[in-house]
Design a protein around this ligand. Sequence first.
Ligand code: HEM
Length: 125
Amino acid sequence: MQDQTITRKNIRSMMDRFYSQVLKDEIVADFFIDKLGDEMISDEWQGHLDLLSDFWASTILSETSYKGQPVKPHIHMEGLQRVTFERWLELFFETVDKYYTKESADIFKTRSQSIANNFMRVLGI
Ligand code: HEM
């Protein structure tokens, strides 16, 4: 069932689903496997899922739990292209549509698209 309300709890479970799809994807998986390995139960992956839950909760719910620098790790990633971002967004949109009703899903879509555009601008791609 889709949630109408975005909560910390459903963000965390949405992250689990999103990254399990990412790990199966031909275009984006290798970027994550290079940094975090291919086992989502590992400490590295669980740390990433917690961090990204903080990121989205801070972005959308105005929490202050995320204090990182989101652009930084992407700057040093070899081989990132527009198609990589396009595919990432496609998977993310599919996931948010599964989890949330339209109004809430649209909030994630608008924010992720604008952050991805910003990353691409910084990366010059
Ligand atoms: C081309 C698509 C993308 C790829 C392949 C990618 C890959 C990664 C990887 C591998 C990490 C972990 C880096 C590490 O731990 O060393 C990471 C971190 C992160 N990504 Fe992405 N990413 C992509 C797009 C995005 C987008 C569009 C967003 C936001 C909407 C995003 C938000 C973040 C954040 C917040 C972090 C954590 C940064 C920190 O260390 O504080 N990523 N990404």
